[in-house]
Write a protein that binds this ligand. Structure first.
Ligand code: HQG
Length: 177
């Protein structure tokens, strides 16, 4: 039940708020009252306590509730155009990207591109990257020379749920196993 609701929340808050007639502001926030009401109309039995529980229990901390408790947004993963307002920050020297082996040839030529999401997602550790890659097929973990990218002027953003975002990763910064 709560996995299903969590998936529904990811869908509306990252990709398709209009599918339930919800609007997000520029920074991706939705009014919780409005979200609950519109989710109920779609048949998701959800009250404030239930929503708070899903947010607290989300394994990847996918959602953030605003300090005043009135708004909610997805911490990352958007395909809708939002500005999370994150400040650029310096990444560790090495980050990882989990993908599937079938994408490797294309990545070797094009580098990592954001695709349907707004930015490329990078992980702090190999195990997390492995899990991310597994979602697409036989996983492979690419090692990214983020220290050199940063020194070369590329911007990085650290999300509320500890994912690193960057616009694109040229192939020259990627080590393939
Ligand atoms: C691949 C999940 C061919 C890229 C995770 C990836 C993450 C290319 C796929 C978050 C390519 C896009 C994001 C190129 C990139 N040629 N393939 N040039 N460049 N790709 O799902 O990073 O569970 O949009 O390697 O935990 O897998 O949803 O991105 O395989 O944080 O909360 O194109 O989603 O979070 O796939 O995952 P995605 P992702 P949740």
């Amino acid at each position: 039940m709560s996995t299903q609701t969590s998936k529904f929340l990811s869908y509306v808050l990252r990709h398709a708020p209009e599918s339930i007639g919800l609007s997000l502001d520029r920074q991706g926030w939705a009014e919780i009252g409005e979200l609950l009401e519109k989710a109920r109309i779609e048949g998701h039995v959800l009250d404030l306590a239930g929503l708070q529980r899903i947010v607290a229990e989300s394994d990847k901390k996918r959602f953030t509730i605003s300090e005043d408790g009135k708004r909610i947004r997805a911490a990352q993963g958007h395909s809708v155009n939002v500005d999370l307002g994150l400040q650029p920050s310096q990444p560790p020297d090495t980050l990882y990207h989990g993908t599937a082996t079938r994408f490797v040839e294309s990545i070797k030529t094009q580098g990592l591109v954001a695709g349907s999401r707004q930015q490329v997602h990078l992980s702090n550790d190999v195990a997390t990257a492995q899990n991310v890659g597994q979602r697409h097929g036989k996983p492979v973990v690419l090692t990214i020379n983020t220290g050199r990218m940063f020194a070369d002027g590329q911007k990085f953003y650290f999300t509320d749920n500890s994912v690193w975002l960057t616009d694109a990763v040229p192939a020259s910064y990627i080590s393939f196993p």
